[in-house]
Design a binder for this molecule. Structure first.
Ligand code: GLC
Length: 458
């Protein structure tokens, strides 16, 4: 993927250094164990849901334990649901009593999360849903219910500003659920300006609605593939890894298979699948983006599910050894490497992340144009032998058994920034077809051709 001209401002460099964030979807919906949207999906009675929310008291919730686990697992930032589409607030908001602080739990969960994660050295992100399913005026909108709409809009703005005023430095803000409103209804561009006054370094995502003053917006609320909506500092492809070429991006993904909030009887994606998503985000790069925001839905009593912790810590242990191939790394995808795994780069280093260890002592990498100075198997620290011709690097001395349960990594240190040959830049279904014709003509034998091979003119 070619890099765009986009330069990451210093104040946002933590984001590209981080690459890996923890998304936490937690709220009263976790009591029902059917995902974060159970209220709407099952057309629940609002009063019944409210009773459940107001009596919710997650007695085992320990933010410090979450934060320590997250740090050990290698996450560099967190994004916590302050309020999902159900409207229940996870902090002490002056604008409503419908909150964890003013109901049974009597606790400001946002404060506990922010303090604990910050103490562990992670950056802080807050998720906030525009939609509140309890409020008819949100769905009636400014045309049908101008007065009601104005009350809702003011409420939303006040809450966002409150979150950015009372909790110290907020690094990342994740709006969601913009449908069916647009940026003009929500006055989200104006709100973003106010947000930047309160938190000058903040990164704000793209789910802020369509603005008639800005072109190129997709009607999917910003959850789709990158490049086609214009507002916001970073794109948020959801359930997919798609590079945004004009700005930072962060793919949000579940550790289970479908939903974000806790689900009873859920199935969990294996650790190598989760790790591969992180490697893919880093590999794809685009405009220096390529983060993975990996989700967990804690249980109703406040615990990180053991299936999640097990996988997250496996990835954390892998990152302890191989983190330099991910943290602060840029896109790779330099040459064809799909047979073996993924590639990332950083300065003069090229990292070969081997997903498929085939047991052979040699690994051939085609199309690397830059001269190689050193090759190391990062997993064990062992130096590897290598030889290099114009368009092929042959690495030798690889062990027959994979040296790691997750992906081993080979670090190729080049004499300059790693570049691909022309052939490497043009991929399988791209580039000049005449190069393929020349290759076939030069190298083929004649025996398989009915008409006598290279002289036949075909
Ligand atoms: C979505 C969903 C939601 C989830 C999320 C995460 O659009 O509505 O339940 O919180 O985005 O990106």
């Amino acid at each position: 993927m070619t890099q765009s001209q986009f330069q990451v401002p210093d104040r946002w460099k933590w984001f590209t250094e981080s690459r890996y964030g923890l998304f936490i979807h937690w709220g009263p919906y976790s009591r029902l164990g059917r995902g974060e949207q159970v209220l709407f999906r099952e057309h629940m009675n609002h009063q019944e849901y409210e009773a459940l929310a107001c009596s919710w008291n997650p007695e085992h919730f320990d933010a410090e334990l979450w934060a320590k686990t997250a740090r050990k697992a290698g996450f560099k930032y967190v994004c916590f649901t302050t309020r999902h589409h159900d409207g229940f607030c996870m902090w002490d908001s002056a604008y409503t009593d419908y909150s964890s602080a003013r109901q049974a739990a009597g606790r400001d969960f946002v404060r506990e999360v922010v303090d604990a994660f910050r103490k562990e050295g992670l950056r802080i992100g807050l998720y906030y849903s525009w939609i509140d399913w309890r409020l008819p005026a949100y769905f009636e909108g400014p045309q049908t219910n101008p007065e009601g709409w104005e009350t809702v809009r003011t409420y939303l703005h006040n809450q966002v500003k409150e979150l950015l005023t009372n909790y110290g430095q907020i690094d990342h803000f994740f709006f969601d659920g913009v449908w069916p409103r647009n940026a003009d209804d929500l006055q989200s561009v104006e709100l973003m300006e106010e947000m930047r006054k309160l938190q000058p370094d903040i990164l704000i995502n793209n789910r802020v609605g369509y603005s008639s003053k800005h072109d190129g917006y997709r009607a999917d609320g910003g959850i789709g593939a990158g490049d086609s909506d214009t507002l916001g500092d970073f794109g948020t492809p959801e359930h997919l890894v798609a590079a945004d070429r004009s700005r930072l991006w962060e793919s949000c993904q579940v550790t289970t298979w479908r939903l974000w909030g806790h689900v009873f009887g859920e199935r969990w994606r294996p650790a190598d699948y989760l790790l591969d998503m992180l490697c893919e985000c880093t590999e794809k790069g685009g405009a220096h983006g390529g983060n993975l925001l990996l989700n967990v839905g804690p249980t109703a009593d406040g615990q990180l599910p053991p299936e999640f912790v097990e996988r997250a810590l496996q990835i954390g242990a892998w990152l302890d050894v191989h983190g330099e191939a991910i943290y602060g790394a840029d896109g790779g995808n330099l040459t064809e490497f799909i047979t073996r795994g993924r590639q990332t780069t950083k300065g003069n280093e090229l990292y070969l992340i081997i997903r498929f260890w085939d047991g052979r002592p040699e690994l051939r990498l085609a199309d690397l144009a830059t001269k190689v100075a050193d090759v190391t198997l990062l997993t064990t620290g062992q130096k590897l032998s290598f030889s290099q011709t114009d368009d092929e690097l042959i690495i030798g001395g690889l062990p027959a058994e994979s040296p790691s349960r997750l992906f081993p990594v080979i670090r190729v240190t080049c004499a300059g920034k790693p570049e691909a040959t022309e052939w490497g830049r043009q991929r399988l279904w791209e580039g000049d077809p005449l190069r393929v014709a020349a290759w076939a003509r030069e190298q083929r034998g004649s025996s398989v051709f009915a008409g006598g091979g290279s002289d036949s003119g075909i």
